[in-house]
Design a protein around this ligand. Structure first.
Ligand code: COA
Length: 343
């Protein structure tokens, strides 16, 4: 018989507050067109993107996270000192160690909160949310801060016409805490590592460690290109459209609700055509508000869902207590979908 006493967590968990940070600089498609052969019309019609935000040197991963988190903490009505854990999902923090989460936890004034980073690409927010819910119900933390943050402009090859227009920068954060009723449904998540090649970094950092930079791609000025995110756009598009609609439906089934019970749909903001296709496949009724934040934010990977959530609530398109389906998917390939009650 075990000598360990059972841990005392909350019966359920819920999102209590959300906050976002968008870098000051707004970048229209015209700026992207300086380096690639394309058109504003093509970018808008094929991806839905009109503008995106690019971070300045001062708008670091940590700085953007602190801004977004401060708003989420205020929105939740708690003090930073009550936060027991900080989970940061990012692929664009360029220091291998320590985790950026510890700096953020310190700058926010948490009381030595547990802090760590995760790498789950565009599914990172759902992965973080799932961890947070587990910690709260299990009793390791009363409040958990989940942050999705990216500076994807640092990992974009502006001369690659297949990706140059896609990515943006920003941070979104939520505070997750105890609840007396279910407010975060079961997560349907997974990975398909056999498709890892479809979204990847052009060159491994290892090539720079060995100093052998021969045969690496060069930019138009003849310099070795900094590693960037590259993808097989059509393969990812097909996977997202066909497979992710099924995962979204499974998340609805797991939560025990039908599309008609939803108020809001917040998919990862990768391409407005993927979003529209999912809405059709899921047969979402007219009354469901659909996040199309991609138009002015681009694809901000782990930050896209909390940023879109924050904007829908700020504009009044969604309201506190609404039932929302969130689904993230991307590099790995990985995915995570769940139904939540909005803060
Ligand atoms: C990237 C994406 C917008 C490209 O759209 P697409 O319709 O698949 O475009 P394709 O790559 O099939 O190219 C279609 C045509 O446009 C051309 N094209 C490609 N990029 C272009 C650009 N920037 N401007 C103008 N034309 C372009 C191609 O050369 C091709 O021309 P062709 O028909 O004469 O051969 C789309 O594939 C996509 O969004 N993929 C998924 C992204 C995603 O979900 N990522 C999630 C993980 S973060």
């Amino acid at each position: 018989m075990s000598k360990i006493k059972p841990s005392k967590g909350a019966p359920y968990a819920r999102i209590l507050g959300v906050g976002g940070y968008r870098p000051t600089r707004v970048v229209p498609n015209e700026v992207i067109l300086e380096k690639i052969d394309s058109s504003d019309e093509w970018i808008r019609s094929r991806s839905g993107i009109e503008t995106r935000h690019w971070a300045s040197p001062e708008e670091t991963v940590a700085a953007m996270s602190v801004e977004a988190s401060g708003k989420a903490i205020a929105d939740a009505g708690i003090d930073a000192g009550q936060i027991g854990a900080v989970v940061v999902s990012t692929v664009s923090h360029f220091s291998q160690t320590p985790a950026v989460a510890t700096e953020i936890a310190d700058r926010l004034g948490t009381n030595k909160a547990a802090a760590f980073d995760i790498s789950a690409g565009c599914a990172g927010f759902g992965y973080g949310l799932t961890l947070a819910k587990g910690m709260i119900v299990e009793g390791s933390a009363e409040y958990v801060l989940v942050i999705g943050v990216e500076r994807l402009s640092d990992l974009t090859d502006l001369e690659d016409r297949a990706t140059a227009f896609l990515f943006g920068d920003g941070a979104g954060a939520v505070v997750v805490g105890p609840s007396q009723e279910p407010a975060i449904g079961p997560t349907v998540w997974g990975s398909e590592g056999d498709k890892a090649q479809t979204i990847k970094q052009t060159v491994s950092w290892d090539r720079f460690r060995t100093g052998d930079l021969s045969e690496l791609p060069l930019d138009s000025a003849g310099n070795v290109k900094f590693p960037a995110i590259t993808q097989e756009g059509q393969a990812v598009f097909r996977w997202a459209v066909f497979e992710m609609a099924k995962v979204a439906q499974q998340a609805l089934d797991a939560a025990g609700i039908s599309p008609g019970d939803l108020d809001v749909f917040i998919p990862h903001q990768a391409n407005v055509r993927i979003i529209d296709s999912m809405v059709k496949t899921l047969k979402l009724p007219e009354h469901v508000t659909v996040a199309r934040d991609i138009r002015t934010t681009g694809n901000t990977s782990a930050a896209s869902i909390p940023l879109a959530m924050e904007r829908l609530l700020a504009t009044g398109e969604a309201k506190s207590g609404d039932t929302a389906l969130v689904i993230g998917f991307g590099a790995g390939l990985v995915y995570a979908a769940t139904v939540v009650t909005l803060p």
